[in-house]
Write a protein that binds this ligand. Structure first.
Ligand SMILES: [Zn+2]
Length: 239
């Protein structure tokens, strides 16, 4: 097979680049964005690219290729200080976790973690979606619950997602109803700030609590940190 045979079917059969091919493209793109290299960014984007902007980037909105031309300038104006912390292939997409701040002039400063999910087509980035939480990424990629173990979990004590975290390593936590174990009218998840309260049905009614009922994690966030902090999960009524 001649080395250029891949081009023989060009225009006849489109294929989707997944896994390592897409990861290399995305890593190049991320580097080009960091370096504000407009030419390199454009060379890595598919003609039909759909690019979601996130909080702080002027989003949420979906940009097409020509609308993206001003994107790097906007990052510069908004003092984008995010850093890439993790690049992972999940279900054919590439997930890039970033941490840091964006400070739009006269706008609201955005600080925190973002998950940028990239898809490729014929070796070029065709789609970018932005999510704030691990659960939303795994839901969007339709990863079944029993295959989520170990994906996008906290690996390092400096992880931005631990901003509010106050649960000691090795703690035992029990699955409980807030009405039974809560020590106030409400608490927040130590990771995602979801509200636990019996006051309204819209709030989380159950979660993992420290045995004194003072610290809470929702189920997804417990899964995210349990291995890193060696948390012991107990079922209700367990010892
Ligand atoms: Zn949570």
């Amino acid at each position: 097979m001649p080395p250029d045979s891949a081009h023989a079917s060009e225009g006849q059969q489109r294929h989707t680049v997944t896994g390592m091919g897409c990861e290399i493209t995305v890593r190049r793109l991320v580097r080009a964005i960091e370096q504000r290299d407009q030419e390199c960014v454009e060379a890595l984007l598919a003609p039909s690219v759909a690019w979601d902007t996130g909080a702080g980037e002027g989003g949420p909105e979906t940009l097409n290729r020509s609308q993206l031309a001003g994107f790097l300038e906007r990052l510069e104006e908004h003092n984008d200080q995010r850093q890439v912390k993790e690049v992972t292939a999940i279900a054919g997409s590439i997930v890039v976790r970033t941490e840091g701040t964006i400070s739009p002039p006269g706008g609201i400063r955005y600080e925190g973690t973002s998950f940028d999910v990239y898809d490729c087509d014929e070796g070029l980035v065709s789609r970018r979606r932005v999510f704030g939480y691990r659960k939303d990424v795994l839901d969007a990629l339709a990863v079944p619950q029993d295959e989520r173990q170990g994906l996008l979990v906290v690996r390092d004590d400096d992880d931005d997602r631990l901003y509010h975290f106050g649960i000691a390593r090795g703690s035992a936590m029990t699955w409980a109803r807030y009405a039974d174990l809560g020590t106030s009218d409400h608490h927040h998840c130590e990771m995602c700030w979801a509200t636990f309260s019996a006051l309204h049905a819209d709030y989380q009614q159950e979660g993992y609590a420290t045995l004194d009922g003072r610290r809470w994690l929702c189920r997804d966030c417990f899964d995210e940190v349990k291995d890193h902090f060696a948390l012991e999960g107990r079922q209700a009524g367990g010892v």
